[in-house]
Write a protein that binds this ligand. Structure first.
Ligand code: ZN
Length: 170
């Protein structure tokens, strides 16, 4: 566990960390192999809280993802386990998996499908594919996949109930 991730988890909101991950995606795309730093003039907004002089973008992104995992899940005001009936299929039908996943990471349309750099392993190319027809996703790098709830479980580091609650609030 890195100190950068711990720092981010303590000092940034979930929304801000998600924003950082998107910036990393952009940076990695811009510089191709992810090993050369961006021009110094672009750094301020991104890393004004430390003194890094160069950035390994994939590593920095890993820190952001780790920070997201370290964050404590927020209580869910609209979902109380054991109270009433929660129709999970109805909650899932209300959202589109592409919208939900692109709220966390950068997603690109490729034909009928969508592709993204996987946040769950050290991905160099877009290995995570989203299938709108079946509202599912699969990563060909780390072999993870499933429905929208499975994605939220992993990216938010919550259990099934927590993921349903987060989805119910979207
Ligand atoms: Zn993966």
């Amino acid at each position: 566990m890195s100190s950068i991730a711990e720092y981010m988890a303590e000092n940034l909101s979930r929304q801000e960390i998600v924003k950082q991950i998107k910036k990393c995606d952009t940076a990695i795309t811009v510089i191709g192999d992810g090993t050369r730093p961006l021009p110094e003039s672009t750094w301020g907004e991104l890393i004004d809280w430390n003194n890094l002089t160069s950035i390994d973008w994939p590593a920095y992104k890993n820190n952001c993802v780790e920070a997201l995992r370290l964050l404590k899940p927020k209580p869910a005001p609209t979902y109380i386990p054991g109270k009433g009936t929660v129709d999970i299929n109805a909650i899932k039908a209300r959202v589109d998996i592409v919208d939900v996943i692109s709220g966390y990471i950068t997603v690109r349309k490729t034909g009928r499908r969508f592709a993204a750099v996987c946040p769950f392993h050290n991905d160099k190319s877009p290995s995570l594919i989203i299938y709108p027809e079946s509202q599912s996703w699969h990563c060909f790098g780390c072999n993870l996949g499933g429905d929208v709830i499975e994605f939220i479980k992993r990216i938010e580091n919550v259990d099934f109930t927590g993921a349903v609650a987060i989805l119910g609030n979207k």
